[in-house]
Write a protein that binds this ligand. Structure first.
Ligand SMILES: O=P(O)(O)O[C@H]1O[C@H](CO)[C@@H](O)[C@H]1O
Ligand SMILES: [Mn+2]
Ligand SMILES: [Mn+2]
Length: 395
């Protein structure tokens, strides 16, 4: 048994189209593969040593070493390709219903309800990129005080406001009202997202004070069960938001990927109680994937890989580290939305370094195999979905 399991979710780092990706318009998606090709090869020595290039060939990633981690990829069983579906599935609860989406903006009755309960008129109401819509409507927002409401291909109701026009406290309050009273019933979107920004017209920038208000998972996730059993469940970054603050014993908000990795590395060094430490690194998705910034994405992966090397060297003998993702967001494709893809899995503990044979855990049929592995490790009863790969790690 491992005393502590660290799960790192590289937000949007998919590893190629799944057989059903064509149904999502993503037949050609390949986040990692395309980024690597585009920049003439990725330099990720730590993940390469763990077997990243053994999952499938990736430009720049050698596959002639003996991988020191178990490697494989997982298919998404959930219907969606959003963060919520991906994370809930990782925690053993795939989602088979789809959340409502609004490619043409929200219907008038929903906006009326928003006005009624918040007392505010709005701007926007369309599917848009968050950085573009604040550039377009930010000035009018400052003039009128009306929040900017927008959505995307995902099931999200996003509310952008300048921090000096609508205070953070007020913006969070508006989001809470929207979660509890506006987006309910048939309009129960996956997430309400507060999108604060600062700066002057022409130079608006979003701040790290983004906050997501998720629905609650319908059945207990592996986080809930671990907590019930008295184990520690630590969330870093967006984890608390994504699981609607459920199943956590502690949560650390972060300002960036780098900040998240610093917190994680500090925790590795501490005498933590047994349990799960789960981190989401959102910048891959929010700063690079959705922005079609392929070079930025590549640099962020390389920076992460360095931080990973540092973390790896600090792990204790009975720590297990799992690196995976929640969906794809191929920055080289024309759209800016998520892409339906396999996600990589690398599972490392020091004991694997001495194995003679590489540990290939193959193509898994659901992300829930991560939750199942965590459950098996802590001797919890199996969840409804997922096959543990714990034995492969111990053999
Ligand atoms: O364009 P921005 O505001 O970053 O929005 C992105 O972030 C949302 C939530 O992750 C996604 O639905 C995507 O549209
Ligand atoms: Mn995501
Ligand atoms: Mn996203």
């Amino acid at each position: 048994m491992f005393k502590r399991i660290f799960v790192i979710v590289l937000d949007s780092v998919g590893i190629g189209a799944m057989p059903d990706s064509g149904q999502y318009g993503d037949a050609k998606a390949d986040t990692l593969g395309h980024i690597a090709e585009h920049v003439g090869g990725l330099n990720l020595p730590v993940m390469a040593s763990m077997g990243l290039g053994f999952i499938r060939p990736i430009a720049g990633i050698p596959a002639d070493c003996r991988p020191i981690a178990a490697f494989g990829k997982m298919s998404e069983l959930s219907k969606g390709k959003d963060t919520t579906s991906g994370h809930w599935e990782l925690a053993g609860c795939p989602l088979f219903t789809s959340f409502p989406v609004y490619p043409n903006g929200f219907p008038p009755e929903l906006i009326d309800k928003f006005k009624l309960y918040t007392g505010l008129d709005i701007l926007g109401n369309k599917a848009a990129s968050g950085t573009e819509i604040i550039a377009e409507l930010g000035e009018e927002h400052i003039r009128t005080g009306r929040p900017i409401v927008y959505t995307s291909a995902d099931s999200v109701f996003q509310i952008a406001a300048h921090e000096e026009i609508i205070s953070l406290e007020k913006l969070y309050e508006i989001c809470k009202i929207t979660r509890e009273r506006v987006c309910v019933g048939d309009h129960a979107v996956g997430r309400i997202i507060a999108r604060p920004f600062i700066g002057k017209p022409g130079n608006f920038v979003r701040t790290a004070n983004r906050h997501d208000y998720s629905l609650e998972p319908q059945s207990p996730t592996v986080l809930d069960i671990l907590k019930q059993e008295g184990l520690a469940v630590v969330g870093i970054g967006k984890i608390a938001d994504i699981y609607a603050n459920r199943g956590l014993t502690q949560s650390y908000p972060t300002k960036s990927n780098r900040h998240g990795m610093e917190i994680l590395t500090d925790l590795v060094n501490k005498e933590l109680p047994n349990g799960l430490i789960m981190i989401n690194l959102v910048e891959f998705d929010s700063l690079y994937g959705h922005r079609n910034d392929t070079h930025g994405y590549a640099l962020a992966l390389e920076e992460f890989d360095k931080a990973l090397g540092n973390l790896q060297s600090k792990l204790a003998a009975d720590d297990l580290l799992i690196i995976t993702a929640d969906h794809g967001c191929d920055p080289t494709l024309p759209g800016t939305d998520h892409t339906r893809e396999y996600v990589p899995v690398l599972a490392y503990h020091h004991g694997l370094k001495h194995k003679n044979q590489p540990v290939n855990i193959g193509i898994r049929s659901t992300f829930a195999d991560v939750g199942a592995t965590i459950a098996a490790n802590f001797s919890l009863s199996p969840l409804a979905y997922g096959q543990s790969f714990l034995n492969d790690l111990l053999r």
